[in-house]
Ligand binder design. Structure first.
Ligand SMILES: [Zn+2]
Length: 353
């Protein structure tokens, strides 16, 4: 099979487009023909070597996989060749206390697909059969690859780790990104008024196009004051945050009494000095969110099938141009999602959406 391997960490890292032996399924595995694989910040962290877990190279990155079952292991009875599927990339053991209660993202033996095990920037990938989710007929592979990870992360944050009540104010940080673009659409569908942020005019227009009611310039230091103004000084009920550092502290300045910040990232800084007095006096909540379970993925794909959420895909790259896809995501000029299609003709680049 053709595949793209990361062979050296860096920004940019060093990649190799190469031929590798086709993977074979173990007894409980399936091998998928990868039809589309989305790119995420996680891939950049792998590329840079900045993840707080040991990684061995070479590694095929790619965790947001949509494809067709090409081969099944001896013990797999529920899947057949040709089935269209998405993949839970938080690989889980299915045995531990947390898996037993359906919270596979907390698995004690969890592994990240495309990070600790070869992923989807290849023509074929081997995954455990228990990690598959059936793709609704109406959802295309590229749409699935744009929503499975980022969209389900947002779904997990907004419907599992926190709740949105109709009429709530929701602040979705970074509305042009994968998580932000989904968070806007989910919060709107649940009846909230949505404020978002973006660093350029183009990004703010894009976020407004997804349904955000207000889009603020995140490069202006007074944006949290603008949030308070928009909400009549009250602040928002829920913040969906994935930057960390200073941005997380700014989010507290936007938060109403009894409000919740749910966070799933720390690109902007992994340590913060939190002011505890207003935090407990206002009975605010800071909630961590990590990954998703298969229910969140099934939900986001079902929403896509019903037309309640749209995959915001920016560009689709062929496999041999995967390193360029990494580069554009790193430059932060992307509106929505970048997707790689391993079966696409080499060399061509498609626009979508
Ligand atoms: Zn487990």
């Amino acid at each position: 099979m053709k595949a793209v391997e990361l062979i050296k960490h860096g920004a940019p890292g060093q990649f190799r487009f190469c031929d590798l032996p086709d993977p074979l399924p173990g007894p409980g595995d399936v091998v998928l023909r990868v039809r589309a694989c989305g790119l995420n910040r996680l891939d950049l962290w792998l590329e840079e070597g900045s993840l707080p877990i040991p990684i061995s190279l070479p590694r095929i990155p790619g965790s947001e996989i949509a494809g067709e079952v090409a081969a099944v292991g001896a013990d797999v009875s529920e899947w057949r060749t040709g089935d269209r599927v998405a993949v839970q990339s938080n690989l889980f053991c299915g045995q531990c206390e947390f898996c037993a209660r359906g919270e596979e993202y907390l698995c004690l033996n969890g592994r990240l697909l495309g990070v600790q095990q070869d992923g989807g920037f290849a023509e074929l990938v081997r995954v455990p059969a228990r990690s598959l989710i059936r793709l609704p007929e109406k959802v295309g592979f590229a749409a699935s690859a744009a929503l499975t990870l980022a969209g389900s992360t947002a779904m997990h944050m907004l419907t599992h780790r926190a709740q949105v009540r109709p009429g709530d104010w929701v602040l979705a940080i970074g509305g042009a990104g994968g998580v932000g673009s989904s968070a806007i659409q989910i919060a709107k569908a649940l009846g909230a008024s949505v404020i978002t942020t973006g660093s350029t005019d183009e990004k703010r227009r894009f976020a407004l196009g997804l349904g955000a009611d207000h889009a603020l310039d995140s490069t202006r230091p007074e944006w949290p004051a603008e949030v308070r103004k928009l909400t009549g000084k009250r602040g928002v009920d829920l913040v969906v945050e994935h930057v960390g550092g200073e941005v997380l502290l700014q989010c507290f300045a936007c938060l109403a009494r009894g409000g919740t910040i749910v966070t799933c990232g720390a690109t902007g800084g992994r340590e913060v000095a939190l002011k505890l007095w207003p935090f407990f006096v206002k009975e605010q909540k800071l909630v961590g969110s990590y990954g998703r379970n298969r229910k969140d993925i099934a939900a986001i794909l079902e929403w896509a099938a019903q037309g309640r959420i749209k995959a915001a895909t920016w560009r689709i790259f062929p496999l041999n141009r995967t390193p360029e896809a990494f580069a554009v995501l790193r430059q932060r000029q992307v509106l929505g999602k970048v997707v790689v299609e391993p079966q696409a003709a080499q060399g061509t680049l498609r626009k979508e959406g």
